[in-house]
Write a protein that binds this ligand. Structure first.
Ligand code: ATP
Ligand code: MG
Length: 392
């Protein structure tokens, strides 16, 4: 059974809010909560976790440590998560004594590509043709129509990790061996025109609001650029994406911030890719281009504060700042020329306070805001040139 206090009870500023996970999403949640006058508690083993470093309380235990969870429950009025691979059991344990959002059951679905796809089918939202591969028999029975495809581990994948592209049956067999014969999903490789995502926030009373559709560019399986402005994609497609994202959230009886990622195919068809049960990298622009960020939405959802439809006030382009940018001069890490970046109009720098720069590691992001889409793009391309990010 989950926590029984009245579902309408509002948790006002002054209370302590908890987050499972101490990564950059947790850090930005902490910043948003503190700005509104809440105290914060982070549970993360890592002593130098980005969120732990800025939180009032930092409990340094693993997600399944009973004492750590008990301490978190004791400190907090409500708990959320920033890390989608938090064991659902930990969320369920916390939910016995305090409000937890999103629920363990929704997070469990997002953690498993097979369960996630079954949910899309249930909601009537089209996804890529796929097959679940858990046994050699299922592997042998795969339909040729799914090739060429991408074999993805059902669990624990992120930033394109745990994925192998396969053209033939022989490659498929080899790829499954390579992934350790764990439960996988084989997805047909689709001809992508572009990718987009939608962030929705849903309250306990069913109120639901959304951020505008984000147009995303991935490089090497990692989000590189997000563009959000009027006309970033055809209006009909954008509306369809928002409607699909809402039905996925409603179908989960979801409480909290949810990101739904989509592919837009060459023929204009919209296909859902995956969901993230938390704020998402593609929603970071909301910190500077919207009158409410995705992290404030997360705070409002978990505290039962009103969900007001956010309004975009600036056209925006977000550039992800990966650790690779620290190694443009050689093998010794050297921070980019932030002073040159901050000389650009509408440049908002967000760095996550990670101790070491590493290739492929998300170190921060740069939000560029402007009055028009053209201006935002021009400035973002200038920033990209300074940083050594390829043009887009
Ligand atoms: P993250 O969680 O960081 O978004 P992930 O590791 O879960 O990433 P996916 O979103 O499944 O990975 O895939 C990463 C990228 O690979 C996609 O954004 C897309 O560019 C490409 N991709 C994945 N599946 C397909 C597909 N079926 N057809 C074509 N391209 C694909
Ligand atoms: Mg993805």
């Amino acid at each position: 059974m989950s926590h029984s206090t009245k579902d309408t009870e509002v948790i006002l500023p002054g209370a302590t809010l908890g987050v499972l996970g101490g990564g950059q999403l947790g850090r930005m949640f902490v910043h948003a909560a503190q700005a509104m006058g809440y105290f914060t508690a982070v549970l993360d083993q890592d002593e130098t976790s980005p969120a732990g470093l800025v939180s009032h309380h930092h409990i340094r235990t693993g997600y399944e440590d009973p004492q750590g969870l008990a301490e978190l429950a004791q400190l907090c009025a409500a708990v959320t998560t920033e890390f989608e691979n938090v064991p659902a059991g930990a969320l369920n344990q916390l939910a016995r004594s305090l409000p937890v959002s999103p629920a363990g059951s929704a997070v469990a679905i997002a953690q498993d590509r097979a369960a996630e796809k079954a949910h899309f089918v249930k909601c009537g939202v089209p996804c890529a043709p796929y097959a679940v591969i858990e046994t050699p028999e299922q592997l042998a029975a795969v339909n040729d129509a799914l090739l060429p495809g991408i074999l993805k581990t059902a669990r624990m994948g992120y930033d394109g990790k745990g994925q192998i592209r396969v053209k033939t049956r022989a490659e498929l067999v080899k790829a499954w061996e390579q992934l350790g014969r764990v439960a996988c999903v084989l997805e047909k490789m689709l001809p992508l025109a572009h990718e987009c995502s939608v962030i929705v926030a849903r309250g306990r009373n069913g109120d639901i609001v959304n951020l505008p559709v984000q147009r995303n560019l991935h490089r090497d399986g990692i989000l590189a650029v997000t563009e959000v402005y009027e006309g970033n994609m055809p209006a009909a497609q954008a509306e369809q994406a928002v409607a699909a994202a809402k039905s996925v959230a409603i179908g989960l009886d979801y409480v909290g911030v949810l990101c739904v990622e989509f592919f837009v195919l060459d023929n204009g068809q919209l296909v859902v890719n995956e969901i993230a049960p938390r704020p998402h990298n593609s929603g970071h622009y909301s910190q500077n281009a919207m009158d409410m960020s995705q992290f404030e939405l997360q705070v409002r959802c978990m505290t039962n504060l009103p969900l007001v439809q956010p309004r975009q006030h600036s056209a925006t382009v977000m550039l992800n700042l990966l650790g690779d940018l620290w190694f443009k001069q050689g093998d010794t890490a050297q921070a980019p020329a932030w002073d040159r970046i901050l000389a650009l109009p509408g440049a908002h720098l967000h760095l996550y306070g990670k101790v070491d720069a590493k290739r492929g590691r998300k170190m921060g992001h740069l939000n560029i805001t402007a009055a028009t889409a053209g201006q935002a793009r021009t400035t973002a391309l200038q920033a990209a040139a300074i940083l050594g990010i390829p043009a887009f």
